[in-house]
Design a protein around this ligand. Sequence first.
Ligand code: CA2
Length: 152
Amino acid sequence: MSLPHRLLLVNGPNLNLLGTREPEIYGTATLADVERITRDAAARHGLEVTAVQSNHEGVLIDAIHDARTTCAGIVINPGGLTHTSVVLRDALSAVALPVAEVHISDVSAREEFRRHSYVHDVAAVHVTGEGVGGYAHAVELLVAVISGAADG
Ligand code: CA2
């Protein structure tokens, strides 16, 4: 059976505020810019993108569950849930799709509590500290993983 020609883009809590505060950490691009960058990168590989951003964990979990039958992979910036959420990690693990974890800022160079990610070891791809361009990089790396899995 052929893979769906679609990726799920998930942005977690507070990322709707991108471009409005803390430009020294997150830059000036908005969530709409992030979604456009991701769609453009995916389109170069003939893939469409379903984008979800929510400040509610359950909404993100439902979107991840829906992706199980509709998407070939997931690009996710879990926001602060990265450092707190076993539930989000379990959802990603349960759907068993290739996952790319993206962080706009360099979480390894910030507060200690940002150094641990519950998502890290259920993700095949990690992109950190590349600004919003990191979403395009994540798509490239995720497509390589998906293509490799399809070949193998
Ligand atoms: O660097 C990233 O992409 C983060 O995932 C962003 C999260 C943070 O909790 C992670 O440690 C790293 C926070 C997103 C908050 O976004 C804001 C955007 C604009 C203004 C304020 C917050």
